[in-house]
Design a binder for this molecule. Structure first.
Ligand SMILES: [Zn+2]
Length: 198
């Protein structure tokens, strides 16, 4: 499992070889017409989760999935230009985004615009207050998704709380992390910590 933080990143050459386009797999109310790709392994659990959310009366949106190193570089500079002081709150520098893995999804909610009182808003910490955000926090692990950046993430990862950002790691590990109250970064860094010398 690859650890990605502000310190540990991916090479500019890394790209998964099994990306699939998900646009045709979901209603347009979910994809919003965006041309999103994910790794093949993510497609089935993602479909199942979205279907269950819709069945529960929710309105999940998939705002982004795979982002190449160069696409992340473009996104990063766009955020830097738009909100120079807070770019790091909503984005990550190229090579330091889990979106390059192809297993990570940013979700949206139609409720967010109303809560934040900004109709153009895509990402905001208040996603955790939306029905979709609350459902994901409670249930995403059952489908193999884990919240990468918790409220406490910054100290360890250099990246801020992103309640909309979920990474697919499989139901077994996702459930273990959920039960232990750990993020993947906490789990991986702990596994890699040097042995305690007497
Ligand atoms: Zn994200």
């Amino acid at each position: 499992m690859t650890l990605i933080t502000l310190e540990y990143g991916l090479s500019r050459n890394y790209a998964p070889s099994d990306l699939v386009d998900i646009s045709g797999q979901f209603p347009v109310t979910v994809t919003l017409g965006y041309p999103t790709q994910v790794r093949r392994v993510v497609l089935e659990p993602l479909s199942q989760m979205v279907e269950d959310m819709i069945d529960a009366g929710l309105r999940p949106q998939i705002i982004s999935g795979y982002r190449s190193y160069s696409a992340q570089a473009i996104a990063w500079s766009k955020w830097l230009e738009k909100v120079p002081d807070s770019a790091a709150i909503v984005s990550a520098p190229p090579g330091h985004s889990e979106h390059q893995l192809g297993t990570t999804i940013d979700f949206g909610s139609p409720e967010l615009a109303e809560i934040v009182e900004d109709e153009d808003i895509e990402f905001h910490t208040y996603f955790y207050k939306t029905s979709e955000g609350m459902w994901l926090e409670e249930n995403a692990h059952q489908y193999g998704f884990t919240l990468s950046y918790s409220r406490e993430a910054f100290e360890l990862t250099g990246l801020y709380y992103e309640p909309w950002h979920y990474r697919y790691i499989g139901p077994e590990l996702a459930t273990e992390l959920k039960q232990q109250g750990l993020t993947l970064a906490e789990y991986l860094l702990d596994l890699n910590s040097p042995p305690c010398m007497p």
